[in-house]
Design a protein around this ligand. Structure first.
Ligand code: ADP
Ligand code: MG
Length: 393
């Protein structure tokens, strides 16, 4: 799939360009915990400014569910953007102000304060379209959502003869992930972890069409181990997904995909840094204990599978990496990816945070800014925010 990029935008000198960015940064006590997503949009913003455009930037932040939530205002993000961009950014406290301030870079308020963003409302998109002569989508983390700022808005722009293209971040994501989708170096190993079985279950099933090896750790693994008849103590299990998981595992085996589940886990009675830990068999976790990281034998098996990979896709930590006693598995996998000659791609907010904390980010070929978006892309789905940018010329 080819998408229109900044090259197809034409002359934007003196024009106002609507830049949909993904400035959805993690916040801890109101402070930006990781500014990677802000930095990721700077090249596109810089290029547009250098080409003489004025920008109206918009993003969502967190999950305010259609209401104004003061803690999720974008002004602090605007200050960080100004710093990284080296240009003043004027934050307005409204999403659709009656008129825009006379400034080179205006940042609108959090799009999700208006319920019409998530319902892909055309009147909302129409109000946003008023501000701009052209549209650039650089919010890769949002392209899998049919939301107004990424779907209805570019559609309206195109319908009224204005241009709508992808920024350089979206261009690069599509290029790198597209390569993994079409022609991955083999064996292609996917390693999944984290806590969201329901979110990632569909991916497991469709990834079995593309990968040669599927490695599963993190909390996710316990639903699979339960489906296989194991006993997992009080580990996190999504009971209502067990049948789906059984089916996904059967599909994987039918397709000759090697599936690696943990054989041992680091278990503790509670998710606490000071809790006593022990290593137990992954399918025989005693009552009252929960598996919170992969164990040493599993680390060996997983790193062995990774060492022989041609391509690696990683999404989701192997354990509760936020607490040091359960961080070892995630760190070992990050290190194995870093040591590997394979083409390595990692996505997912928490996975990226873990890698950055351990100083291993530079060793990956690609850090995807979209967790859910990168997985859905690799399922081979047509994503609403990308479909509208497809080059049909
Ligand atoms: P990502 O953001 O990379 O997509 P997720 O959001 O799916 O990853 O999952 C990350 C969370 O999963 C982390 O907060 C981590 O503590 C948690 N987690 C990983 N393994 C376990 C486990 N065994 N038990 C409980 N929580 C876990
Ligand atoms: Mg997460």
């Amino acid at each position: 799939m080819a998408i229109r990029t900044l090259d197809a935008l034409g002359d934007v000198a003196g024009a106002r360009v609507f830049l949909r960015a993904d400035l959805n940064v993690p916040l801890r006590d109101g402070v930006i915990a990781d500014d990677a997503r802000i930095a990721a949009v700077v090249p596109t913003a810089r290029e547009l400014l250098d080409r003489g455009a004025r920008l109206v930037v918009a993003s969502h932040l967190g999950r305010p569910k259609g209401k104004v939530v003061d803690d999720l205002r974008l002004a602090p993000v605007g200050r960080a953007l100004a710093e990284l961009l080296g240009t003043a950014v004027t934050s307005v406290e409204e999403i659709t102000p009656a008129s825009l301030p006379d400034a080179d870079v205006v940042l609108l308020e959090n799009l999700r304060f208006d319920p019409r963003e998530e319902t892909n409302d055309v009147s909302f998109a129409g109000a946003l379209a008023e501000y701009a002569d052209a549209y650039v989508d650089d919010a890769f983390g949002a392209v899998h959502r049919a939301h107004a700022s990424v779907a209805a808005l570019p559609e309206l722009m195109l319908a009224s003869g204005r241009r709508a293209v992808a920024g350089s971040l979206v261009e690069r994501e599509v290029e790198v992930l597209g390569r993994l989708l079409r022609d991955p170096a083999r064996p292609f190993v996917a390693i999944l972890g984290g806590a969201k079985v329901s979110d990632k279950l569909g991916v497991i099933a469709s990834l079995t069409e593309r990968v040669d090896v599927l490695v599963i750790g993190g909390a996710m693994a316990f639903t699979l181990i339960t489906a296989e008849g194991g006993k997992v103590g009080s580990s996190l299990v999504e009971d209502d997904r067990i049948d789906d998981v059984k089916e996904a595992l059967a599909t994987a085996r039918r397709r000759d995909v090697a599936v690696h589940l943990p054989v041992d886990v680091v278990a503790a009675p509670e998710i606490e840094a000071t809790a006593p830990t022990e290593v137990v068999a992954a399918d025989a976790v005693p009552e009252g204990l929960m598996g919170l990281d992969i164990g040493p034998a599993t680390i060996c098996a997983f790193t062995d599978a990774l060492a022989r990979a041609g391509s690696i896709l990683w999404n989701g930590p192997m354990g509760v990496f936020e607490l040091e006693p359960f961080a070892r598995g995630t760190r070992a996998i990050a290190q194995a990816c870093a040591d590997s000659d394979a083409f390595t791609v990692v996505g997912g907010g928490d996975s990226l945070a873990a890698i950055r904390r351990d100083g291993l980010a530079g060793a990956f070929d690609h850090l995807s800014t979209g967790g859910g978006a990168s997985l859905e892309f690799l399922e081979g789905r047509r994503l609403p925010g990308l479909a509208i940018l497809e080059d049909d010329a």
